[in-house]
Design a protein around this ligand. Structure first.
Ligand SMILES: *[C@@H]1O[C@H](CO)[C@@H](O)[C@H](O)[C@H]1NC(C)=O
Ligand SMILES: *[C@@H]1O[C@H](CO)[C@@H](O)[C@H](O)[C@H]1NC(C)=O
Ligand SMILES: *[C@@H]1O[C@H](CO)[C@@H](O)[C@H](O)[C@H]1NC(C)=O
Ligand SMILES: *[C@@H]1O[C@H](CO)[C@@H](O)[C@H](O)[C@H]1NC(C)=O
Ligand SMILES: *[C@@H]1O[C@H](CO)[C@@H](O)[C@H](O)[C@H]1NC(C)=O
Ligand SMILES: *[C@@H]1O[C@H](CO)[C@@H](O)[C@H](O)[C@H]1NC(C)=O
Ligand SMILES: *[C@@H]1O[C@H](CO)[C@@H](O)[C@H](O)[C@H]1NC(C)=O
Ligand SMILES: *[C@@H]1O[C@H](CO)[C@@H](O)[C@H](O)[C@H]1NC(C)=O
Ligand SMILES: *[C@@H]1O[C@H](CO)[C@@H](O)[C@H](O)[C@H]1NC(C)=O
Length: 817
């Protein structure tokens, strides 16, 4: 019973563990983050190089925990609730170069727990409850980085054997409990090479023994928020005398809200530290006016951040190359103080409140000026820079207003990068202020309230690679010519410019263009792409426009290397007439950015329907149905026309009958008999029938079609009106020809239908010549008629003829009433 429970549990666990780790790079990199695992899954291959096992449960680390993974280099065991690490734990993974044990509440370190890791370069023991740097890492001679921040270490003294660790270059002791540094704590640092970075930030330093760092060489020393009080910092800086450090970072972290009140000689200690670069994160309030730069005059890089500096007295820098004043609430750019600084190359004065730009005089090396995010309002730029002939970078973005005019950049011919974004730029749209900037590569005037009215606005920018004019306006069709000479342009941002239509010529000559951003305009089509000049395009953004469809011929000519095409947030017309386009969308989802955001235009804005979900098959069915229905319709129409044509006389007869029934008044009969005969038998009819009947006594009035039918009336009407309706009797002359004549048959049929109600005695049949019985069946009703009724037969014998005429005359004259 117990056995079963256990094995079931094991099986369950094996399966869930195999599934739970993610193979990030095939067989090399696995992630098991946060899977609540209590052992290393056996499914992990022995070829693995990186294993992220953080946020699992491995309370007790020992040799058997890890399978043999000879190629494992990086092992992350962050926050695995490790409490206990035994000797030789990492024996099976001895080739590790990086071991991360961050955030484990380790109570017991076996004295030899790192014994096997001869190749370890980075050891991260952040927040593991470490109370001393005296760890047994003797064998870790290749160690480069030791990060032991957020522990309870009280002394920065390193074990003596580390002085032979010749690659050791980083010791991070941030957020520990070091309050005192004595001279003998720094002995190992004297012996270690000159490439060390020492991080002591966020410690409660109270006292540094003066000279403890004398003659020590460091690459970087970070003592931000490292002192318990301002007095401790002042004394601490003095105690650092004799230290040589390339980069010194001091001051406070942003989130350190302790406000120190400082006196005049607060920073004097700096004069005795030998540094090249100094980063002062101020956050201090000075009760007195001091020159914070007094001890920095030999530095090459000086940065002052996040302080409140009332004024800058003078800046007698000797070798300064880069100067940063960031977020200091300064209201004046120190122009006079900076002028004549022959070594200065870079000036960054941002996030202050300066309103004007001073004249920069005699600064031959100045290349880079960033005055962004100030309160600068100028009616006319930029004569201030006449003393800086080598200026290559000028950033005036995020200021209220700057005026430009022709000649603005005279003397700044070397400019390569110019940024005015989010600054109202006055006077640009209708002039050509950039004529002389033949080296300019980058121009950003986005969201600068510019209305482009002059097609020569960018005249002279023959080297421009990147142009950003988002959020501005064009007057008329200026954009059609504006970019025409920018033949080296690779990146054009025209988003949110309220463009309704683009002429293909707008991008004429832009044969190098790779990125075109037209997001957020009002474009309905992208037919302008039908231009061979744009064949290099790789990225095209036309999202958030009014495009309903793209014709097939444009899709077929899209640039071959287009790899990013954003068409999302357009009102796509998802109807069956657009199946080609929608099919293209479905097939090109790899190229299209956010294909899931390509929605169909719908009547109700609340309902979202993705174009990729459109059912193209239903269109095929609809199309088929339409074709079938059309074919049926045409067939029916043709058939009906044929029938109408074929039976037009019957139809007319029906009409006439209906007419007759409507007015059933006694029909005046104008003739005694209507004769139906074939025109081949006309001779007999004229010579015999007419002769005998009309000239006999009493004369019988015959209706003969060639004589009595009214001219101008249709034959059918004549047959019906004159012949059948206008005669009392019908005489049918049956012969071979009669049977073959369609007209005769028709007349006979009509006649029968007239007398359907009456007796057939009104139809008198004369057999002129013998007709086979079979043939009589061809004429509807004739055969039946002959069988049922007596008929007259013509013969050439004169005696029988006498009888024939008498009987015929009788039959015609006889009335049925
Ligand atoms: C983690 O695993 C333990 C047993 O190893 C179990 O008791 C616990 O409920 C699991 N936690 C989660 C969130 O799955
Ligand atoms: C761990 O190794 C140390 C020597 O490096 C030894 O003194 C100690 O007894 C070992 N502990 C165990 C549990 O083996
Ligand atoms: C250093 O490694 C060797 C094996 O290579 C081992 O015998 C020795 O105990 C280790 N030294 C320490 C101090 O752990
Ligand atoms: C820091 O060290 C001091 C002694 O130097 C000690 O009194 C204090 O409790 C320590 N603080 C912490 C958080 O361990
Ligand atoms: C100094 O250390 C850095 C890493 O901190 C390293 O990239 C650089 O190569 C080292 N330089 C020398 C000369 O050792
Ligand atoms: C600057 O360097 C000069 C000579 O190299 C030296 O005399 C002077 O004391 C230094 N000043 C400071 C503040 O380091
Ligand atoms: C100009 O400064 C702004 C704000 O500091 C920054 O976002 C922008 O990237 C800078 N422009 C260039 C071209 O570096
Ligand atoms: C383009 O350059 C030519 C000469 O190189 C010039 O004639 C023409 O006016 C320029 N057009 C624009 C729009 O700048
Ligand atoms: C498309 O990319 C390939 C490879 O990157 C390149 O060789 C080819 O010239 C490009 N085609 C165009 C039209 O730019």
């Amino acid at each position: 019973m117990n056995f079963f429970t256990v094995s079931a549990f094991v099986i369950y666990f094996t399966i869930s563990a195999g599934e739970s780790c993610t193979d990030i790079t095939e067989n090399l990199q696995y992630s098991c983050i946060g899977r609540n695992l209590s052992y290393i899954p056996p499914s992990i291959p022995s070829s693995i190089q990186t294993l992220d096992f953080s946020f699992n449960i491995l309370k007790h680390l020992q040799k058997t925990v890890f399978p043999v993974l000879p190629f494992l280099r990086v092992l992350d065991l962050s926050r695995c609730q490790v409490k206990h690490i035994e000797n030789d734990t990492f024996y099976n993974v001895k080739n590790l170069t990086t071991l991360i044990l961050t955030g484990n509440p380790i109570r017991h370190f076996g004295p030899g727990f790192l014994n096997s890791l001869h190749n370890l370069q980075r050891l991260i023991l952040v927040d593991v409850g470490l109370s001393s740097l005296q760890i047994q890492i003797n064998n870790l001679t290749k160690l480069e980085e030791l990060r032991v921040g957020t522990n309870n270490i009280q002394s920065m003294s390193l074990p003596p054997f580390m002085s032979i660790f010749k690659d050791f270059s980083l010791l991070d002791l941030h957020a520990n409990n070091i309050s005192i540094i004595k001279a003998n704590h720094t002995v190992v640092f004297q012996e270690i090479g000159r490439n060390m970075t020492l991080i002591l930030s966020r410690n409660p330093l109270l006292h540094i023994e003066p000279g403890a760092f004398k003659d020590i060489y460091l690459r970087e020393l970070d003592i931000r928020s490292a002192f318990a009080s301002s007095a401790a910092q002042k004394a601490g800086l003095q105690a650092l005398h004799g230290l040589n450090v390339k980069r010194l970072k001091f001051g406070k972290y942003k989130d350190d809200y302790r406000i120190f009140s400082s006196d005049a000689d607060y920073l004097d200690g700096l004069c005795f530290i030998n540094f090249h670069e100094v980063y002062y994160y101020m956050k201090e309030r000075y009760d007195v006016k001091i020159n914070i730069f007094r001890c920095m005059i030999n530095a090459t890089i000086v940065a002052v951040k996040s302080g409140i500096i009332r004024e800058i007295a003078n800046l007698p820098f000797n070798e300064i190359k880069e100067l940063y004043f960031i977020s200091n609430q300064l209201d004046t750019v120190p122009g006079k103080q900076l002028s004549h600084l022959h070594t200065l190359e870079k000036l960054v004065f941002t996030n202050n409140v300066a309103t004007q730009i001073p004249d920069f005089i005699d600064m031959p090396r100045l290349q880079y000026v960033d005055l962004s995010s100030n309160q600068i309002t100028l009616t006319l730029c930029c004569s201030f820079f006449s003393g800086t002939p080598h200026l290559r970078y000028l950033n005036l973005s995020l200021n209220p207003q700057i005026g430009l005019s022709v000649g603005t950049f005279d003397g700044l011919d070397s400019l390569e990068i110019l940024d005015f974004h989010c600054t109202k730029v006055v006077g640009m749209g209708h002039q050509s202020p950039f004529c002389n900037l033949k080296y300019l590569r980058y121009l950003d005037v986005s969201y600068s309230s510019v209305t482009f009215t002059n097609i020569y606005c960018f005249y002279g920018l023959s080297n421009l690679n990147i142009l950003k004019i988002a959020g501005n306006n064009f007057q008329g069709d200026v954009e059609r010519y504006l970019f025409n000479n920018l033949t080296l342009l690779e990146h054009l941002d025209m988003s949110y410019c309220r463009v309704v239509e683009l002429h293909p010529n707008s991008f004429k000559n832009l044969q190098r263009l790779r990125l075109l951003n037209l997001r957020g305009n009002n474009l309905m089509t992208i037919d302008f792409l039908d231009l061979p000049d744009l064949k290099r395009l790789t990225s095209l953004y036309v999202d958030k426009n009014s495009i309903t469809s793209i014709p097939l011929h444009v899709l077929q000519k899209l640039p071959t290397n287009l790899s990013e095409f954003d068409l999302s947030s357009n009102p796509i017309d998802c109807s069956c007439s657009q199946t080609d386009f929608i099919l293209w969308i479905i097939q090109k989802q790899k190229v299209l950015k956010q294909p899931k955001n390509i929605f169909c235009k719908t009547l109700s804005p609340s309902s979202d329907f993705r174009a990729t979900d459109f059912d193209i098959d239903s269109c095929v069915h609809k199309k088929r149905l339409t074709i079938v229905l059309s074919v049926c319709f045409v067939t029916v129409v043709v058939l009906l026309s044929f029938l109408v044509y074929r039976f037009q006389f019957y139809l007319q007869y029906c009409c006439i009958l209906l007419r007759g029934y409507r007015s059933p008044g006694q029909q005046e009969c104008s003739y005694d008999a209507f004769v139906i005969f074939s025109s081949y038998d006309e001779v007999w009819v004229m010579n015999e029938l007419m002769e005998n009947l009309e000239n006999g006594v009493p004369p019988i009035q015959l209706c003969l079609h060639m004589r009595d039918f009214q001219a101008g009336k249709s034959i059918a009407s004549n047959i019906i009106d004159e012949g059948i309706m206008g005669s009392r009797k019908i005489v049918v002359v049956v012969s071979q020809h009669f049977i073959e004549s369609a007209w005769c048959r028709f007349e006979f049929e009509l006649a029968q239908s007239r007398f359907m109600m009456e007796r057939n005695a009104n139809i008198i049949i004369i057999i002129l010549e013998d007709v086979e019985e079979k043939k009589t069946k061809k004429v509807f009703g004739l055969h039946k008629h002959l069988k049922k009724n007596t008929y007259l037969k013509w013969s050439r014998d004169p005696l029988s003829n006498m009888r024939f005429w008498i009987r015929l005359r009788k039959a015609i004259i006889a009335t049925n009433h």
